[in-house]
Design a protein. Structure first.
Length: 289
């Protein structure tokens, strides 16, 4: 192989890497909490017929974290929900494959009796949407700065035509490109992922990062539950990971009842605004009772 061919091959490989990295940053990261900004209800979602809605029964709230995050990201929201006697479960995703994460959450759902509400952040929206498909025990889906795919959508395909994630230049791989999980370089985590949080809270979330496999970026979603299950969506207006315009598109496509936290970062919606986001979950509980 001559030097010109070697250079072309290397550049082609770098192009693939950056395309994958683009979606990886857009995956979804840590879970957090939301405050009252302006609420704009689309209305239709709460009125959909849902066989899981049973009067008087309190559902279990299943909170699904995103990439570069862990269950501890939901701690503030969990504390608010438990004040209202709502049981919660926070699964830990492997973040190695979409199919594996969906299967994990579905197994947890199978083990919990009664009705449930699935709550998701970022990449967790892919997992929750898929895990809800075909089930009669899911009363509602609640998203915060999350992907809401339709069947066949991938993170890469959803991101086309929208602002790329600011974390793109700051990904760190745990091994060789493509063959190893990646995370956001710690020195840039606060800036691109959690700009509206204090140093203390951003550092705690940074320390809780879980690397995500690049392959999930291009993995298409299977069947999703939001076509038949009512949904709610909290948009983060200053999100540097998932373009707020993309969030709006996905929420409207799903017919979700929406609110917006206009100054929230990718994770600000359920850290700074934990109480308000918990209130949104409770709206879903009440509307589907």
């Amino acid at each position: 192989m001559n030097k010109e061919t070697q250079t072309q091959t290397r550049r082609a490989g770098e192009g693939v890497f950056f395309k994958l990295a683009f979606a990886l940053v857009a995956i979804g990261l840590v879970a957090i909490w939301l405050v009252p900004a302006r609420a704009a209800s689309s209305g239709s979602a709460a009125q959909r017929s849902n066989p899981a809605a049973k009067s008087g029964a309190k559902p279990t709230i299943i909170l699904v974290h995103g990439a570069w995050a862990g269950p501890s990201g939901w701690d503030q929201v969990v504390a608010e929900l438990r004040k209202h006697k709502l049981p919660t479960v926070t699964p830990t995703l492997d973040l190695m494959s979409l199919a594996g994460d969906v299967a994990n959450v579905r197994a947890i759902l199978d083990d919990i009796p009664g009705d449930k509400i699935l709550v998701a952040h970022s990449y967790g929206g892919f997992v929750a949407s898929g895990a809800a498909a075909g089930r009669s025990d899911i009363r509602a889906l609640v998203y915060t700065a999350a992907f809401v795919p339709d069947e066949g959508d991938s993170i890469l395909s959803l991101g086309q035509g929208y602002n790329p994630p600011a974390a793109l230049p700051h990904l760190a791989f745990t091994g060789a490109y493509f063959d190893s999980p990646a995370y956001i370089a710690p020195d840039f985590f606060h800036q691109v992922f959690a700009a509206d949080l204090s140093d203390t809270q951003a550092n705690a979330m940074n320390a809780a990062q879980r690397p995500a496999n690049a392959s999930i970026l291009a993995t298409p979603s299977g069947p999703v539950g939001w076509h038949s299950i009512p949904s709610w969506y909290a948009m983060s207006g200053q999100d540097l990971i998932i373009d707020p315009a993309l969030q709006q598109f996905m929420a409207e496509r799903a017919g979700a009842t929406t609110i917006e936290f206009s100054d929230a970062s990718h994770v600000g919606g359920f850290t700074r605004y934990a109480k308000s986001f918990a209130n949104l979950v409770e709206q879903a509980v009440d509307a589907t009772a």
